[in-house]
Ligand binder design. Structure first.
Ligand SMILES: *Cc1c(COP(=O)(O)O)cnc(C)c1O
Length: 430
């Protein structure tokens, strides 16, 4: 078997020393991988339990067209999501175009002029700056008279409880908590820590809505933010919960009242959840959700493997090789443009789709430096599939995530290491 494997890695452009480095790390990480599999096993049953309790049937897999009245598959899927997140209700729709849209929807539907949003965990994800109006934008919440305040984490990463208490005022209506670090240097929040923060806020005023941006966090742990007091969790179906199969979509799960508000905003006052044809996407939504726990486990193993191998080659990695994981993102700092470019080229070269194209840094709208991206995905822009991107500016870091299967994530990382070797960024002298 080893001989066979080594041969095919060779045929795929992986040198023997790179292959052996990978084998050595897989061996050392066995226990880590086993722990990840245990979480996946629990979450697999959690998903099946929710599907059985919602009585998913073959009829749920056929979609509707037109208005989409009485769409059994859509309504049942929303019950499944509510079952998984232990919430009163959920909105899971292909009409929610992406994660940013889902978050904007949750905010815009539940806030009214004069209300204030508080982010107690520092700056939110880039695209939310325009939703909220932190950066002026047409249609932002700011234009509608909704204000925003922010409390940064303390330098040691702890919550600034005094600052948060100070920031809460009679207008504070909603607190937004981003679970994943996104492109910030802070650590990702564990579900436990999110629970502590929510308990603190609810203790000050129990009527403040606590919303969690759950992007990249779903199924990484055995509990979700709604298990520790969150009123709403929000995310994208082309990340974790779509399991790589959902071709579009977003979700909001939470208290009935907040989901109702979101539905009236997504469609129309008076119509709410009753319309919205599911067309042909339901089989992919169901099957993707069914696969999501093991897909997330594969992505997590890939992230842990990448962290350890790149750390051993001398690069700074966040999280580090040993830390516990609360999302699927891995940051690697290369310190040079060539490191970023080589890494992304390697990831692209490992892709099942578009492996023959070479990613180049380009001037992406909305960014203040060139950005390079690697993504050879079945679903365009899907970041539960193996993908990486990095701005070409100091400290020259790459953000890497995904991998629908661990063997593919592993191959991608070895391909990236091979590119780093080929371009002279690293030397492997064993
Ligand atoms: C990806 C992401 C978003 C936005 O989702 P899009 O689908 O890219 O619009 C928001 N918040 C976090 C933390 C994310 O990772």
């Amino acid at each position: 078997m080893n001989k066979l494997k080594e041969t095919i890695y060779g045929q795929m452009g992986i040198d023997r020393d790179v292959y052996e480095l990978g084998e050595a790390w897989c061996c050392k990480l066995k226990e880590r991988f086993e722990a990840i599999d245990q979480v996946a096993e629990y979450n697999q049953l959690k998903v099946v339990k929710a599907m059985q309790e919602a009585r998913v049937s073959e009829a749920c897999l056929t979609g509707t067209t037109g208005y989409g009245y009485n769409d059994l598959g859509r309504e049942t899927l929303e019950a499944v999501y509510a079952g998984i997140f232990h919430t009163e209700d959920a909105l899971v729709r292909p009409q929610i175009t992406c994660g940013t849209h889902a978050l904007a929807l949750a905010l815009m539907s539940n806030l009214r002029p004069g209300d204030e949003i508080l982010s107690p965990v520092g700056k939110p994800y880039d695209t939310l700056e325009e939703v909220i109006g932190i950066r002026d934008s047409k249609g932002s919440l700011k234009e509608y008279g909704i204000s925003y305040s922010q409390v940064n984490l303390l330098p040691d990463g702890e919550f600034d409880y005094a600052g948060i208490q100070n920031a809460i005022n009679p207008n504070t209506r909603l607190v937004t908590i981003q679970r994943s670090k996104g492109y910030e240097p802070r650590k990702t929040l564990s579900v436990d820590r999110i629970g502590q923060l929510i308990a603190f806020i609810k203790d000050i005023r129990s009527d403040i809505i606590c919303m969690v941006d759950n992007c990249y966090g779903e199924f990484v742990e055995t509990i979700e933010p709604t298990d520790v007091g969150a009123d709403m969790v929000v995310g994208s179906l082309i990340k974790n919960p779509g399991g790589g199969l959902a071709p579009i979509g977003g979700y909001i799960a939470g208290k009935k009242e907040y989901i109702e508000n979101a539905a009236y905003r997504l469609t129309s006052p008076g119509l709410g959840k009753e319309v919205g044809a599911s067309l042909g996407v339901l089989p992919a939504f169901y099957q993707g959700l069914f696969l999501a726990p093991t897909v997330v486990a594969s992505a997590l193993k890939g992230a842990v493997f990448a962290a350890n191998i790149l750390e051993s080659l001398g690069f700074a990695v966040v999280p580090d090789g040993k830390e516990s994981r609360h999302d699927i993102i891995q940051a690697v700092t290369f310190g040079s443009p060539q490191g970023v470019i080589s890494f992304c080229k390697g990831i692209q070269a490992a892709a099942p789709v578009d492996s023959f194209v070479t990613p180049e840094p380009w001037d992406m709208p909305g960014y203040d430096s060139q950005v390079i991206m690697a993504a050879g995905a079945f679903v365009s822009g899907s970041s539960i599939e193996l993908s990486a991107d990095g701005p070409i500016k100091p400290p020259y870091a790459v953000y890497f995530q995904g991998g629908l299967t661990f063997p593919h994530a592993k191959f991608g990382i070895l391909k990236a290491v091979q590119e780093l070797k080929n371009s002279g960024v690293i030397r492997l002298d064993s």
